[in-house]
Structures are given as structure tokens and as C-alpha cells.
Design a protein around this ligand. Structure first.
Ligand code: NI
Ligand code: MN
Length: 225
């Protein structure tokens, strides 16, 4: 079993067997953050891409905890130059860590870090605590969202619904259908005015179509996966 805690925006903390996987730790400057960069635990940190609302506090948290950061190679190289221990896959690559693994899969989005490093964006297929979670990262709707679920039986998907910078909640209904996970947690909405949306309406649309169960989590809420 894996315990998922939503930290706001696209940040999630996964806990299993006393270990912690931290994804997209945008906490400082995040008006919805439910954890502090000074305190959040991490044994490994995973990044979907380098935009500030995902890269966030990755460097200070990695330095405080000693966690290794898994990010696409160009961003991993930037992090390594800042003194962070990294793994540097590219799309399609799988990195093992204590308790699980993560594979980078395509996402349709741009990707520049706050320091100017340019790469392509990724989604993350994460296996941890015996569960497989697909974090779509920031992406538009595209048909290859269906591919990760053909290889691995997905237990949960984290899907952006806020629009403007990603797919909106209507495209996210079709995304949930393509991904095929039995449980969906919407992310990347209501943090800032451009991405405000109606998560309860999304839940009604997805559940009404019989696609998946949708768990709308307030920042700080947890879910057993
Ligand atoms: Ni982004
Ligand atoms: Mn974003």
C-alpha cells in the first residue's frame, strides 16, 4: 500500500514502508502548499519538468534530505551542477530507487527551468509500495496517454485539469478514458486565477461516464492507494 498526500498544484508525497517519494515539490511561493520545504520528507525526488511550479524547491530539499533527484537529462545535468545527486534518464528510460522505479513518458508541453535550461517535458509512471501511479505532469490531451497503461496495470492517475497551461477539465475527461486507471486525482488547478476550474464538475463528468472514480483532494489530504 502507498499513501498519497496532495501538497498542492502538482506536488504529491508518496509514502510506503517508511520511505518517501516526493514529486514536483513546488512549495515555496505556492499559495496552496500544504507542506514546507524546510520539513517535507524525501528519499527520492521526481520531476516532470522544469517550470517553476514543478521544479520548485527541489534543490534545497535535495540538499537538506540527501535525496536523489530523477529528472530528464538536461535538467538532471543542471541539478548536478548545483551539487545535487541525480539520475538522468530521457523519455522511455526507467530509473530504479529504493522501493520502486520510475519511467519517463512523453507529455505535450514546454520545459524550461527557472535557470534557463531547456528540455522536453515528461510524465512519470511511478511504481512504489507495490502500486503503480501515472503522474501525467503538465500536458495537453494526446492519444499516447493510453500507452503506459498497456504495459503496467495502473492503480491511480494524477491528471491536470486547470486549462490554460495544460488540458482543461473537458479534455481531462477523455484523458482519464485513455489512461484507464481506476482512480483519478485531479491536479494543477485553482492555484492561480488562470487555472481555476470546477473539480467537482470534472468528478461528475468522469464518474457519470463510468470512466473512473475521481478523488478530489484538498491540499494536505491523503489517499490510500
Ligand atoms: Ni509547466
Ligand atoms: Mn505547471
Amino acid at each position: 500500500m502507498t499513501t498519497l498526500t496532495f501538497l498542492g498544484q502538482s506536488a504529491v508525497l508518496l509514502e510506503a514502508d517508511g520511505k518517501h517519494v516526493l514529486v514536483d515539490p513546488f512549495l515555496t511561493g505556492n499559495p496552496k502548499a500544504s507542506a514546507s520545504a524546510d520539513e517535507v520528507p524525501a528519499d527520492v525526488i521526481l520531476l516532470t519538468h522544469g517550470h517553476g511550479d514543478h521544479y520548485g524547491d527541489a534543490v534545497p530539499i535535495a540538499k537538506r534530505t540527501g535525496a536523489r533527484v530523477v529528472a530528464i537529462v538536461e535538467i538532471a545535468n543542471e541539478l548536478a551542477e548545483q551539487g545535487v545527486e541525480v539520475a538522468d534518464p530521457n523519455l522511455g528510460g526507467t530509473v530504479e530507487f529504493d522501493g520502486g522505479w520510475v519511467r519517463l513518458v512523453p507529455a505535450w508541453h514546454t520545459n524550461t527551468t527557472p535557470n534557463g535550461t531547456v528540455a522536453v517535458a515528461a510524465g512519470l509512471v511511478i511504481n512504489f509500495g507495490g502500486r503503480t501511479i501515472y503522474h501525467l505532469g503538465d500536458t495537453a490531451l494526446f492519444s499516447d496517454l493510453a500507452l503506459p497503461g498497456r504495459r503496467d496495470a495502473l492503480d491511480l492517475a494524477l491528471i491536470p485539469i486547470g486549462g490554460h497551461y495544460t488540458m482543461d477539465r473537458h479534455d481531462a475527461v477523455e484523458a482519464a478514458r485513455l489512461v484507464g486507471a481506476p482512480v483519478v486525482v485531479p491536479v494543477h488547478y485553482d492555484t492561480f486565477p488562470p487555472i481555476e476550474t470546477d473539480a467537482q464538475a470534472y468528478k461528475q463528468d468522469v464518474e457519470g461516464a463510468g470512466i473512473a472514480r475521481v478523488e478530489v483532494l484538498a491540499p494536505g489530504a491523503t489517499l490510500e492507494v
